[in-house]
Design a protein around this ligand. Structure first.
Ligand SMILES: [Zn+2]
Length: 235
């Protein structure tokens, strides 16, 4: 999902370039999709991370909510069920292609499908997020995971598990906005995102919240920088 005010910020001249600098310090160019070696692999455990959409699904405030319209066809009238609905493409469980933040970036259908099946690394910060609703995944969290499980492999998708999924049915607690308008939900720190991109060559970074950046962010540096640099975000 995208964070509140994100569209307004994107319209600010120079915002993308500045955000890329903040996130990685790299040049403002669209790099090709990372070419990970194609290694055969198998897996035995599949976890469905998606959430069913409903009119109550949290969206960031300036985007339209998910709306189910009058059914196109019903069993009673037509013998089949065909629904019709409207939503933004940053509503619910989704993936951000580079085009989201770069007009020269790849569209979703241009992202190599092989990169969408990747080893998952789950960084559980649930305990920390229980106490600090704006908790960050830090390099220390990543290194602690590596001490236990081994080095994060190149081409992995690194997913934050903050426990925020338990709030998915309540936009109020999911966005978690305080009286001054500041949102409070967990995300990745700039340092951890930079580490994953530059030191571990990951193919994707995902969160169970509204944004890769935590709620109080003012610049959305990670969201813009990471997606621009050919990694994708899921939430
Ligand atoms: Zn998004």
């Amino acid at each position: 999902m995208c964070p509140p005010k994100f569209l307004d910020l994107l319209r600010t001249p120079g915002f993308v370039e500045q955000a890329v600098d903040r996130a990685g310090g790299g040049p403002v160019v669209d790099s090709p999709w990372p070419s990970q070696p194609v290694q055969p692999f198998s897996f035995a455990h599949v976890v469905d991370l998606t959430h069913a959409l409903s009119p109550a699904s949290p969206v960031f405030p300036s985007l339209p909510a998910f709306v189910v319209e009058q059914p196109f066809a019903t069993h009673e009238a037509h013998g089949v069920s065909i629904n019709r609905y409207t939503l933004s493409d940053h509503c619910g469980t989704h993936f951000d292609a580079p085009y989201h933040v770069s007009r020269h970036g790849l569209h979703t259908d241009e992202v190599p499908v092989r990169s969408l099946v990747a080893p998952a690394v789950v960084i559980d910060i649930g305990e920390k997020a229980n106490h600090d609703h704006a908790a960050l995944v830090t390099p220390a969290d990543l290194l602690a995971w590596e001490r236990r499980y081994g080095r994060i492999p190149a081409g992995a998708a690194v997913l934050m598990a903050s426990g925020w999924a338990a709030r998915i049915d309540s936009a109020q607690t999911y966005v978690n906005t305080d009286a001054s308008g500041v949102h409070h939900f967990p995300g990745f720190s700039v340092e951890s995102a930079r580490f994953l991109l530059d030191e571990r060559d990951v193919v994707g970074i995902g969160v169970d919240t509204l944004s890769l950046d935590h709620g109080p962010t003012q610049n959305f540096a990670i969201r813009t920088g990471c997606v621009r640099r050919s990694t994708c975000a899921t939430s």
